[in-house]
Design a protein around this ligand. Sequence first.
Ligand SMILES: [Zn+2]
Length: 181
Amino acid sequence: MASGPNLHDIYYAALLARDPTYAGRIFVGVATTGIFCRLTCPARKPKSENCRFMEGTGACLEAGFRPCKRCRPLEAVDQPDPGLTKLVELIDRDPSRRWSERDLVAMGLDPSTVRRGFKRCFGMTFLQMARLRRLRRGSEILAQGGRVIDAQLEAGFDSGSGFRASFTRVLGHSPASLKTP
Ligand SMILES: [Zn+2]
């Protein structure tokens, strides 16, 4: 079994970035404190080797972790506008799609209202979230042992250099570093 980066590294990068992509789905249990958090928790981030990523709060509780008093993982997140939630679902449903503001207009939405709503609820714009999702999709493929070219195409990039540059800038490591030989 090659010891390469994997889902753990992907989640850890999301934890460091306080990236809301996995909000409500993936939580982190910290071995040294016995506490579990949302990936977006404002508290200081633990070392990677002390993190255990789990799906759902139930798994965290079962594993014996207590909920963090700062990010309160058991409480529902401030419910964003249902319109915004629907857009997040659209991104999730088609993670390779290259969205543009024109798509928003076509759905009868005002791009600047969407931009403000997203910034407020998620700390990033709709287009930034869509892009991040595409890159994450690519990194998931690589973590599962897929080819860089497949990850690139799934992430919606025509050019390999564009994919590598965005990937490295946003995720903090190159696609090749995720690829297990
Ligand atoms: Zn926390």
